[in-house]
Design a protein around this ligand. Structure first.
Ligand SMILES: [Zn+2]
Ligand SMILES: [Zn+2]
Length: 179
């Protein structure tokens, strides 16, 4: 889910913030040398007391496992083994399937390791909250610390646009940044 840039304010206090959408990829490095890509989300960090880029929520392991089981079943058929060597095109397809299977194994491992934690990428706090803005830009996910509601304003079209390149942030398997 992408989120627009926009000014953030509070209904009950003078808090002012800003949501900035940056293109970020996460690379998790496991202790055994395996690297798995992850995604980030924008959430509220209760410790930074501001919107932050945080670890994205992990996908459902069950659906990943179902897809992996289906791929494994394909690999184990005799026809697959034979055709793999007689057809170059099929071989390429098989290669893509193997890549997907490896990806799935990585995603499952990551989801099992990270569980439901979504660490702030700035301060490493696990106290982060999803925004869930409604159509009027009112945050329904949580209340501001003052008890008010955060409001996402429309993007200011006259504001200078920053064209950030895609950035990769490297994390260890506990979701902490690797310096
Ligand atoms: Zn407030
Ligand atoms: Zn933080």
């Amino acid at each position: 889910m992408s989120m627009p840039d926009g000014p953030l304010s509070c209904t009950d206090c003078d808090y002012r913030g800003f949501l900035v959408f940056r293109r970020i990829t996460l690379a998790y490095h496991f202790a055994d040398g395996t690297t798995v890509n992850g995604h980030r989300e924008m959430r509220w960090c209760s410790d930074c007391r501001n919107p932050r880029d945080v670890e994205g929520a992990q996908p459902e392991i069950e659906s990943l496992q179902t897809e992996l089981d289906a791929l494994n079943a394909t690999f184990s058929t005799t026809g697959y083994r034979t055709k793999r060597w007689v057809s170059r095109i099929f071989g390429q397809r098989a290669c893509a399937l193997q890549t997907r299977a490896n990806e799935l194994r990585g995603q499952i491992r990551l989801a099992q390791t990270r569980g439901t934690e979504c660490r702030c990428l700035t301060c490493s706090s696990v106290h982060t909250l999803p925004f869930n803005f409604d159509d009027d830009g009112v945050c329904r996910g949580f209340q501001h610390e003052c008890g008010g509601r955060l409001l996402l304003g429309p993007p200011d079209m006259d504001a200078p646009r920053f064209n950030y390149g895609r950035e990769t942030i490297h994390l260890d398997e506990t979701g902490k940044r690797i310096p």
